[in-house]
Design a binder for this molecule. Structure first.
Ligand SMILES: Nc1nc2c(ncn2[C@@H]2O[C@H](COP(=O)(O)OP(=O)(O)OP(=O)(O)O)[C@@H](O)[C@H]2O)c(=O)[nH]1
Length: 883
C-alpha cells in the first residue's frame, strides 16, 4: 500500500488538511506542514481506525442537518405539533402539494408554516362551525318552542270553539275588519268539529258522499247549557256497534262529535229562528242590518256549482249568475276555483275561508319530527300502536359492495325458506330474521331515498346503512351519501365492508369517517360501525342486529287499524297489467278493493303482490307491495292515501293536479342568484376540480357569510368532480344553488336542473365567483353576459393532420354544435379547454351547425390535446338583464 497525500485523505474524512494535520499531530506527534505531504500507510490505517467511525457519524449528522434544512417528515411534524397525520395530509393537499402524500413525505419549513396556518384556520373554521351549529340548534329549539306554543294555542282555540256559546251578532264590516288579523294558523287548524258542529243533521246525513263542507249559521247568542250535550253524546255512541267504534278514524270521530252537538242544539235553534223571524219582521230595516247574521262558510278546495249553492243556501241559478258576472260560464256539476267560490260567498255576506286538503294531516306534516310523532301518537287510540319494521336504505361508493351486502342479507331471510325466495324486483322487500323481527330494505339506488323521494316531500328511510370498503376508504360518493342522510336527519350505521381482503384497513376507514363527523362508538362517538364481509357473510348478522337496535331506539310504531298511508317507491306502465306501482305502507293496513289517491292519480286496489309474487288480500305497516289498479302511473315519492269513497279519491287527485301548478310556481321561486338579495339562509353546493380550489371557495364563502351579518351561507355539500344529477336533486330538496369551479354538469344533471329549476353557476376564477355572490347578496347584479348551452358532442376518433392540427371526429349527442359558437372540452367532468370552435365539417364540407345524432369533424382553436371519450360542449354568450 502506498502513501496518501494529506489533502486527499482530508477529503475522505470530510475535513480540511489542517484539521487532519492536527489530528495526526495528536496521534503521532508528527507535524505536517504542507497539503501535499504524503502520509505513511500505518498512520493512514491508524487514522482510519480512530476517525473512520466518527467521520461516518459526522456524515450522518451532516446528512440529517441537510435533511433538516430540506424539511421534515409529515410523521415527525404530526408528533411535533401533536396533530393527527390525516389533518396534516389534508392541509398539504389543500395547499396544492403535488406528488404522493404519505407519512414519510418531507416538506420544507416554509410549507410547514403554511400547513400550520391552514390547520389554525381549520380549527377556527371548525370552532365557528360549531358555534354556528349551536346557534342553529338554539334557533331550532326556539322554533320548536314556538311551534309547541302554536299547537297549544290551536288546541285552546279548538277547545274554546267547542265550548263557545253561539257568537254574538256582529256587523259584517266588523268581521271583515277582523279578518286580516285572524291568525293564519287558525285557518289551517280549523278543526272539523268546529266546522261541522252546527251543520243541520239532515244535511250531514244527506251529504255523506259529498266533500266536507260546513256552514255555520248563528242567529243569536245561546246559552251553552241549552244544549243537552251529555245525553246526546251517550245516545249517539250507544248506537254504534263495538267494532265500528274502534275503527272510527279521527275524521269520523270529529264528524260524530259535531253530530252529537247538533242533535242537541238543533230543535232549539229552529224555534229560536222562527221567533227571531217574527221579531225581525217588526224591526226597522237599519236595525235589521245592524243585527245581520254572522254567516261562516268553509269552502272545500274541490267544489261544484251545486255544492256551493247548497253550502251558501242559495239557488243554483244565483251562483251561476254570479259566475257569469265574473265571466265564467259553468254548469251545475262543474267544479269551480275555490278562490272564486270564496269571492261569491263573501259577496253574499259570508265570512268564508277555503278548507285545505287533508287539513289535519298537513298541519301535522309541517311540524318537526318529534312534534309530529307526539301528535300522531296522541291521535292514535291507546293500545293500537304496534311496532313496525324499520325501513333501511343502503348507500355507498360504487363497487364498495352494496349489491353484495343486500344479496347476503336476502339469504338470511327466514321467510325465504318458508315462502320461497324473492322472485321479483319491486323496489323494496321485507326480510324476517331468525328472532322473528322484520326489516324492510329499499332496493333502489341508495341516494334515491333521499333525492327523488325526498324532493317530493317523502322521507321513506328510517335508517341509512353506509357501506365503505375497508380496502378503499372514504370516497366522493361516500361523502355524498353522508350528506344526504344528514340532510334528511336519518341515522347512519356504517358497514365497513370487505374485511376479508388482505389490504383491508378498518381503522383507516374509521379515521377518515371521523373527519365527516361520524365518530365510532369505541372512540366515544355515537356512530355504530360494524366491520363486515358481504362476500363471506362475516358479521352481517351483527349488522342486522344493530339495525334492529337503532330501530328500537327510534321507537317505530304504527297503527294497523287505520286506512293505509304510504309512499310510491317505484312505478311503471306494464303492457299487460297497466299502471303498476310499489307502495311502501307506512301506517294503517291496505286492503284489496280500497280506493286510494297517489299524487295526481287515483284508483282502486284491484290486486296486490309481495316481493315473492304472492297475491295479498291485505298489507300492514312497513310492508312493500306491488299494486294494480292505478288510473295513471304515479311518480316515485308520491304519497299514497286510502280514501273512503271513489269520489273522494278522484276529487283529491283532481285537487292535487291543481296543486301541481302551484308547485311549478314554487319551482319558479327556487333560489337563484337573481333572488338572493334579502334571503336569510342560503344553501350552497360547491363542486370543484381540485381540493385546493374547493377549500379556497368554501373559505371565501365563509368570509362572505361573516361580512353579511344577517345572512347565513351554508355549504351543505362539497366535493371534487363534475356536477351530477344527485347534486342537483340534493339542491332541489334543500333549495340550494350549485357553484361549479372548473367543472361542468353532466347531461343528466343539466336535465334535472332544468326540470327542477336549480341554479348552477360555473366559474373559473374564484374572485369572480365571490364577487358575483356578493353582488347578488346586495341585490346589485348588473346586466351580465350569460352563457346559453347549445349542445354536446362526444369525441369518437382523432385525426392528426399535418400542418393543420387535430381534428376530432365526433357524434352530436345533445342539441347542436355551432361553428361560430364557443366551445369547451370536458374530460371526466373537468373542463380542460375553454375557447372557440375553429372549424366544423361534415364530410369535408364546412357547415354552420350539426344537430343531434349526426357525426362531424371539430377543430378547436389553438388546442390539439383532444382524446376519444372527451365531450365538447358548444355554447353561446347572450346578454341577459338580471333583476
Ligand atoms: N373480497 C370481498 N369482495 C367483495 C365484498 N363485497 C363486495 N365485494 C366485491 O366487490 C365488487 C363490487 O361489489 P358490488 O356489490 O357490486 O358493489 P356495489 O357497491 O353494489 O357496486 P355498484 O352497484 O356498482 O355501485 C364485486 O366484485 C364484489 O364481489 C367483500 O366483502 N369482500
Amino acid at each position: 500500500m502506498s502513501k496518501v497525500k494529506i489533502s486527499d485523505l482530508a477529503k475522505e474524512f470530510g475535513m480540511t488538511w489542517k484539521q487532519l494535520a492536527e489530528e495526526i499531530h495528536n496521534l503521532t506527534g508528527e507535524t505536517v506542514k504542507s497539503p501535499s505531504t504524503k502520509i505513511d500507510e500505518e498512520v493512514v490505517s491508524l487514522l482510519r481506525d480512530v476517525l473512520g467511525e466518527s467521520t461516518v457519524l459526522v456524515e450522518e449528522e451532516q446528512e440529517e442537518k441537510k435533511e433538516e434544512k430540506k424539511g421534515i417528515k409529515l410523521w415527525d411534524l404530526a408528533h411535533e405539533i401533536d396533530v393527527p397525520i390525516e389533518d396534516i395530509k389534508e392541509g398539504l393537499k389543500a395547499l396544492g402539494f403535488e406528488g404522493e402524500i404519505d407519512s414519510f413525505t418531507v416538506v420544507e419549513e416554509s410549507i410547514v408554516e403554511k400547513i400550520k396556518e391552514y390547520l389554525k384556520e381549520k380549527e377556527k373554521r371548525e370552532e365557528e362551525k360549531k358555534k354556528e351549529e349551536e346557534k342553529l340548534k338554539k334557533e331550532k329549539e326556539a322554533e320548536k318552542e314556538l311551534k309547541k306554543k302554536e299547537i297549544e294555542r290551536k288546541k285552546e282555540f279548538k277547545a274554546k270553539l267547542e265550548e263557545r256559546p253561539a257568537p254574538k251578532v256582529e256587523k259584517k264590516e266588523k268581521i271583515e275588519a277582523k279578518r286580516p288579523e285572524k291568525p293564519k294558523t287558525e285557518k289551517t287548524v280549523k278543526p272539523r268539529e268546529e266546522k261541522q258542529k252546527v251543520e243541520p243533521v239532515e244535511k250531514i246525513e244527506k251529504k255523506e258522499e259529498k266533500p266536507k263542507k260546513k256552514i255555520e249559521k248563528v242567529e243569536r247568542p245561546k246559552p251553552v247549557e241549552e244544549k243537552p250535550k251529555v245525553e246526546e253524546k251517550e245516545g249517539t255512541r250507544e248506537k254504534l256497534p263495538e267494532k265500528e267504534k274502534i275503527k272510527l278514524s279521527k275524521e269520523e270521530k270529529a264528524e260524530l262529535e259535531a253530530l252529537k252537538k247538533l242533535m242537541g242544539a238543533q230543535p232549539k235553534k229552529k224555534k229560536k229562528k222562527k221567533k227571531k223571524e217574527k221579531e225581525e219582521a217588526r224591526k226597522p230595516e237599519a236595525e235589521k242590518k245592524e243585527e245581520e247574521e254572522l254567516k261562516i262558510a268553509i269552502i272545500p278546495e274541490v267544489i261544484t256549482v251545486r255544492e256551493l249553492a247548497d253550502l251558501l243556501n242559495l239557488p243554483v241559478n244565483q251562483i251561476m249568475a254570479d259566475l257569469l258576472q265574473k265571466g265564467i260560464l259553468a254548469t251545475v256539476n262543474q267544479t269551480i276555483d275555490p278562490e272564486i267560490a270564496l269571492q261569491i260567498a263573501e259577496e253574499h255576506g259570508f265570512l268564508a275561508e277555503i278548507q285545505k286538503e287533508g287539513e289535519e294531516v298537513s298541519i301535522v306534516e309541517e311540524l318537526p319530527e318529534e312534534e309530529k310523532a307526539k301528535i300522531l301518537e296522541e291521535e292514535e287510540e291507546e293500545g293500537e300502536l304496534v311496532e313496525r319494521p324499520p325501513v333501511v336504505t343502503v348507500m355507498g361508493h360504487v363497487d364498495h359492495g352494496k349489491t353484495t351486502l343486500l344479496d347476503t342479507i336476502r339469504k338470511t331471510d327466514v321467510a325465504a325458506r318458508e315462502k320461497g325466495g324473492i322472485t321479483q324486483h319491486i323496489g323494496a322487500y321485507k326480510i324476517k330474521l331468525p328472532n322473528g323481527k322484520e326489516i324492510t330494505f329499499l332496493d333502489t339506488p341508495g341516494h334515491e331515498a333521499f333525492t327523488t323521494l325526498r324532493a317530493r316531500g317523502s322521507k321513506v328511510a328510517d335508517i341509512a346503512v353506509l357501506v365503505v370498503a375497508a380496502d378503499d376508504g372514504v370516497k366522493p360518493q361516500t361523502v355524498e351519501a353522508i350528506n344526504h342522510a344528514k340532510n334528511a336527519g336519518v341515522p347512519i350505521i356504517v358497514a365497513i365492508n370487505k374485511i376479508d381482503k388482505p389490504g383491508a384497513d378498518p381503522e383507516r376507514v374509521k379515521r377518515e369517517l371521523s373527519q365527516y363527523g361520524l365518530i365510532p362508538e369505541e372512540w366515544g362517538g355515537d356512530t355504530i360501525m360494524v366491520p363486515v364481509s358481504a362476500k363471506t357473510g362475516q358479521n352481517v348478522e351483527e349488522l342486522l342486529e344493530n339495525i334492529l337496535l337503532v330501530a328500537e331506539i327510534l321507537d317505530l310504531k304504527a297503527n294497523p287499524n287505520k286506512p293505509a298511508v304510504g309512499t310510491v317507491i317505484e312505478s311503471k306502465l306494464d303492457p299487460k297489467k297497466g299502471a303498476v306501482a310499489t307502495i311502501l305502507i307506512e301506517n294503517g293496513t291496505l286492503h284489496q278493493g280500497d280506493y286510494f289517491v297517489a299524487g295526481y292519480t287515483w284508483g282502486k286496489v284491484r290486486a296486490m303482490f309481495d316481493e315473492r309474487g304472492n297475491q295479498l288480500k291485505e298489507a300492514g305497516p312497513g310492508t312493500p307491495v306491488e299494486i294494480l289498479g292505478f288510473n295513471e302511473v304515479p311518480q316515485a315519492g308520491d304519497k299514497f292515501i286510502v280514501k273512503k269513497t271513489e269520489r273522494e279519491a278522484r276529487q283529491l287527485a283532481e285537487l292535487r293536479k291543481r296543486k301541481r301548478e302551484e308547485e311549478l310556481l314554487a319551482k319558479k321561486a327556487r333560489l337563484h342568484f337573481e333572488n338572493l338579495a334579502g334571503q336569510k339562509e342560503i344553501n350552497i353546493i360547491v363542486k370543484a376540480d381540485v381540493q385546493g380550489s374547493l377549500e379556497a371557495i368554501i373559505k371565501s364563502l365563509e368570509e362572505l357569510s361573516e361580512k353579511f351579518e344577517d345572512v347565513s351561507i351554508n355549504v351543505i355539500h362539497s366535493g371534487i368532480g363534475g356536477i351530477t344529477e344527485s347534486d342537483v336533486m340534493l339542491a332541489a330538496a334543500s333549495n340550494a344553488i350549485i357553484l361549479g369551479f372548473n367543472v361542468r354538469p353532466d347531461a343528466a344533471a343539466r336535465k334535472a336542473a332544468e326540470e327542477e329549476n336549480v341554479d348552477i353557476r360555473i366559474y373559473s376564477i374564484i374572485y369572480d365567483l365571490v364577487e358575483d355572490m356578493e353582488k347578488a347578496l346586495k341585490g346589485m347584479l348588473e346586466p351580465v353576459e350569460r352563457e346559453q348551452f347549445l349542445g354536446t358532442c362526444e369525441v369518437k376518433q382523432i385525426f392528426r393532420i399535418k400542418g393543420v392540427g387535430t381534428v376530432a371526429g365526433c357524434l352530436v349527442t345533445e342539441g347542436v354544435i355551432r361553428r361560430n359558437a364557443k366551445a369547451r372540452l370536458v374530460r371526466d367532468g373537468v373542463v380542460i379547454y375553454d375557447g372557440e370552435i375553429a372549424s366544423l365539417k361534415r364530410f369535408k364540407e364546412d357547415v354552420k351547425e350539426v344537430a343531434k345524432g349526426y357525426e362531424c369533424g371539430v377543430m378547436l382553436k389553438d388546442f390539439n390535446d383532444v382524446k376519444p371519450g372527451d365531450i365538447i360542449e358548444s355554447y353561446e354568450i347572450v346578454q341577459e338583464r338580471q333583476e
